[in-house]
Design a protein around this ligand. Structure first.
Ligand code: NAG
Ligand code: NAG
Ligand code: NAG
Ligand code: NAG
Length: 460
């Protein structure tokens, strides 16, 4: 099938090359000024036992129906606050269905940039083209497209410069390989601290104030060889699970650096050539096992960024606004990526179909009159402003979920602070806090609260 040509089989094994001469002055570099030195310890002096164990599950390349179904299966676990696990998708433009990108975003997941045509060491134009298409055809606010990953993890100093010029907040292309390299995310004010992977550029002089690096964390196989992306391709599912759990425990029992699961979903999605059910089930078992441990939170890199900027103890994490899961209450179906009328289909009969070779896609917005390209990613629309069928872009004053692009209306004034939301957090009494040692420490007020919550669950 043609879309498979977009898949990337990345060599799972990475080489170790020491980045030379990283040195960061912790007195000059402070979180209050959006600077953080690379460190193996949690930020803000937090004790590891009080630090959340973050797990980031990321997906790369095009967004398509079958691939998104795989991604959703992999995030079918619950965080300690009752919200569903969230993940990040680094989206390349070819073969991508933008209506699905919008659905992914409004479900609380992150949409990030992976270039237009999936090229290594990408020119500035390739990065900018993807960002403007994600905004124009998926309605993602520009200030929510903050992350980038280089295709083939092939980045250079220029990549970081492009990202900074284009107001990105973080890159996640560098790899953390082995014990000496287990840095928490940090800013590039003093350059790159991570050992460089084989495809990366030279790191010594890259200094980009305020741009964050979210290293990708490897898993060691039983020969001690680090595996980075698509670990499930490196061995039988049971071995992959056991290597992954051993590495996870090292983070969890140690300094609680985030743990990563980095996926090209095409490898785990059945197609004409293969049915990777065994690999997928192995990964689902791994994810379930990890999710059952106390203090584990499955987050987007964007959520992790909010925490990095203002670290709080794990006991406080559930209260943070960025960890909530809420859906707007909108009684009629509008084209916003949600199933507003709860009939099982988002955006029913409201999507436009745009057909251009490798850029066939559906969208809530206008189709372009000609095929998008890296130099002209958002050509003039095929429908003119004022004529029937024109779709209005999301203005900066509204948000994707509240915007009706057909009616040219924002259905809630966000500044009013009174938009109606339904809380999607479900309380699972048998979930995270069933750990015996946690129960012993349950205070009376906690018990009171959980009784109320149990009562609510019964009501629904
Ligand atoms: C999620 O898990 C539940 C039960 O654990 C299952 O019923 C449901 O089909 C799963 N959904 C997906 C998308 O895998
Ligand atoms: C990185 O990408 C560039 C541009 O596509 C290519 O010329 C170069 O060979 C790639 N480097 C590696 C190490 O793959
Ligand atoms: C982590 O700690 C658990 C018990 O808390 C223990 O069973 C496990 O062996 C430890 N793993 C590592 C890699 O230290
Ligand atoms: C559409 O046209 C109206 C009236 O000319 C104008 O006010 C509005 O800004 C235009 N909107 C867009 C999205 O071009």
């Amino acid at each position: 099938m043609r879309w498979i040509s977009n898949a990337v089989v990345l060599a799972a094994t990475v080489m170790m090359v020491q980045a030379q001469g990283y040195s960061c002055d912790g007195n000059a570099c402070q979180l209050a000024h959006n600077c953080l030195c690379a460190s193996k310890n949690p930020p803000a002096g937090l004790n590891p036992k009080e630090t959340p164990q973050f797990v980031v599950v990321t997906f790369d390349d095009s967004v398509q129906d079958s691939l998104m179904a795989t991604a959703k299966k992999m995030l079918n676990v619950t965080n300690p606050n009752g919200c569903k696990a969230k993940g990040t998708w680094y989206v390349s433009m070819e073969y991508t269905d933008f209506s699905l990108v919008q659905q992914w975003y409004v479900d609380g997941h992150e949409v990030a940039d992976h270039t237009f045509s999936h090229v290594g060491n990408p020119p500035s134009e390739e990065i900018a083209a993807a960002k403007s298409m994600l905004h124009t055809y998926a309605g993602i606010p520009n200030n929510k497209i903050v992350g980038f990953r280089a295709p083939f993890l092939n980045y250079s100093q220029d990549t970081f410069k492009h990202l900074s010029e284009q107001q990105f907040t973080y890159d996640s292309s560098a790899s953390a390989v082995g014990d000496d390299d287990l840095y928490w995310p940090y800013t590039l004010d003093y350059g790159l601290a991570n050992l460089n992977d084989a495809t990366g550029g030279s790191s010594a002089s890259v200094r980009i104030p305020g741009l964050w690096e979210f290293p990708m964390y490897s898993v060691a196989n039983n020969a001690g060889i680090p595996q980075l992306m698509d670990v499930y391709l490196a061995g039988p599912p049971s071995d992959v699970k056991s290597w992954s759990l051993t590495t996870f425990d090292k983070h969890y029992n140690g300094s609680r650096q985030p743990f990563g699961i980095y996926v090209h979903p095409t490898h785990l999605t059945p197609n004409a050539a293969a049915d990777p059910a065994a690999q997928l089930n192995g990964m689902l078992e791994l994810i379930k096992t990890i999710a059952e441990k106390p203090d584990v939170w499955f987050v987007t890199n964007y959520q992790l960024l909010q925490w990095m900027k203002n670290p709080v103890k794990v006991s406080e994490l559930g209260k943070q606004a960025y960890m909530k899961c809420q859906q707007p209450t909108i009684p009629q179906e509008i084209c916003n990526g949600l199933d507003d009328d709860s009939n099982g289909t988002p955006d029913d009969n409201l999507l436009n179909n745009c057909n251009f070779g490798t850029t066939n896609f559906k969208t809530c917005f206008n189709c372009p009159a000609t095929a998008p390209s890296p130099s002209n990613p958002t050509p003039n629309p095929s429908t003119q402003n004022g004529s029937a069928g024109y779709r209005y872009p999301v203005p900066d004053t509204c948000d994707t979920v509240w915007w009706d692009p057909v009616g040219n209306k924002c259905l809630c004034d966000l500044s009013s602070n009174s938009c109606p939301y339904k809380d999607l957090a479900t309380v699972s009494p048998g979930g995270k806090s069933s750990d015996a040692s946690n129960l012993v420490h349950f205070s009376v007020s906690h018990l009171g609260l959980s009784m109320i919550l149990v009562a609510l669950v019964t009501l629904y």
